[in-house]
Design a protein around this ligand. Sequence first.
Ligand SMILES: Cc1cc2nc3c(=O)[nH]c(=O)nc-3n(C[C@H](O)[C@H](O)[C@H](O)COP(=O)(O)OP(=O)(O)OC[C@H]3O[C@@H](n4cnc5c(N)ncnc54)[C@H](O)[C@@H]3O)c2cc1C
Length: 422
Amino acid sequence: MAHHSDICIVGAGIGGLTCAARLAAAPSSNHLSIKVFDLNTHVGGRILSRKLDCGEIAELGAARYSPQLHPRFQALMHGFQHRHETYPFTQAEFQGHTQGRLRATLLELLCLLEAHPHDSFLGFVSHYLGEGEARRTIKAMGYDALLLPMVSASMAYGIIKKHPETQGLLDDTGNQWRYAPAGYGQLLARLQKQAQSDRVEFRMEHCLHSISRFGDSYLLAFSHRGSSQFHRARHLILAIPPSAMSRLNLGFPTRWSPHQYGSLPLFKGFLTFDTPWWRDLQLTDKVLVVDNPLRKLYFKGRKYVQFYTDGENATYWRDCVEQGEDVYLSKVRACMEQVLPLGGKPLPPIKDHFHKHWSHGVEFSLEPRVRQPGALLHRDGVIACSDAYTPHGGWMEGGLLSAHQATRLLQERLVGAPERRP
Ligand SMILES: Cc1cc2nc3c(=O)[nH]c(=O)nc-3n(C[C@H](O)[C@H](O)[C@H](O)COP(=O)(O)OP(=O)(O)OC[C@H]3O[C@@H](n4cnc5c(N)ncnc54)[C@H](O)[C@@H]3O)c2cc1C
């Protein structure tokens, strides 16, 4: 027999949690039952905090935000009085390129952007510098996605401007950047608790497979610890990203949106050591962009070293991990020894480490220049929310923006049509 709820939200990342908390607190839905389902054992999705052996919280997923670029996320932090600190990694050092030379090249090319509205960034830069120099210049910035044919020149300038490591290449004043020393995991746990105290129920380890119409309700088929479970719901919000939407039976994206969506893998590796040896190299709180698979190396205070890669290099590290932790660690060591001025000495022993590969780490619309709808609506009434449907694809801000739009759509419906129980 199917269980039921008035409102069902699938996905307990920042988007789904925000939908749940807002709907539970809204007068239009405060008499309705709300259930949230997620395939994981824990809430958070691509927000995943973990405590390192040095006591510091490491963010395996989302790590930083800018109060200027991400006002909704800033308001969420403020609302829960969640402590923030300045994110230090805003002035990258670009190995093999000086910041001044990169900056001059990018600013010079920026004036020519309008003549190339449809070119990829690589095509655009190659047009003026030749392909070899264009590849070197783009690679020097540390984000491999900038080389992809689907990344247009204007999209690339947006990415450079809106990332802490590269913003200084285009903008003198720059946006401020922050992080949460106690971790975003704790922030989301508080959001979940708020929703629970407003009667929202959570069902973890439920993977949604298909949805069908059942009278004026939806019938959702989940797998849960090896068995099938069904759930009936009058209203449905799918707070799962496009890559997960396309695995359902709802004709995504064609029946939802005129746009196509893409995704890229991401990989983060964290390493701790007995002593902060990088202090002697004047690398504390610096980020180095390097020309090997580590790509971006961050030296956090006296605490840890992290690297962060996207695209092919994320896949490279996933493949290394699949060959065994020893293979992975020896490659990390070799890459670090290759780019750090260690004076011929080996890298000090790695004390502890962990890593996370995200096969769809960042999800986005392939037509970023068109107006993004915020949330999607299927003709059967199902609502979908994800950062990918907003101008803030790839950011927690987008998850919030989309969740706000999704709840607005549902609330309008609830106000227009008083509820009958399923
Ligand atoms: C490595 C990395 C670094 C990042 N860095 C930053 C950063 O510095 N700053 C920033 O603002 N953002 C960053 N982001 C992006 C940010 O994490 C996302 O934009 C945001 O978390 C998206 O939230 P969401 O709720 O829309 O989706 P998700 O977090 O993906 O949540 C979707 C949820 O749906 C669940 N789900 C999926 N399919 C199903 C199914 N079939 N059945 C049941 N449940 C399902 C998943 O388990 C997941 O919990 C980063 C992301 C990654 C991976």
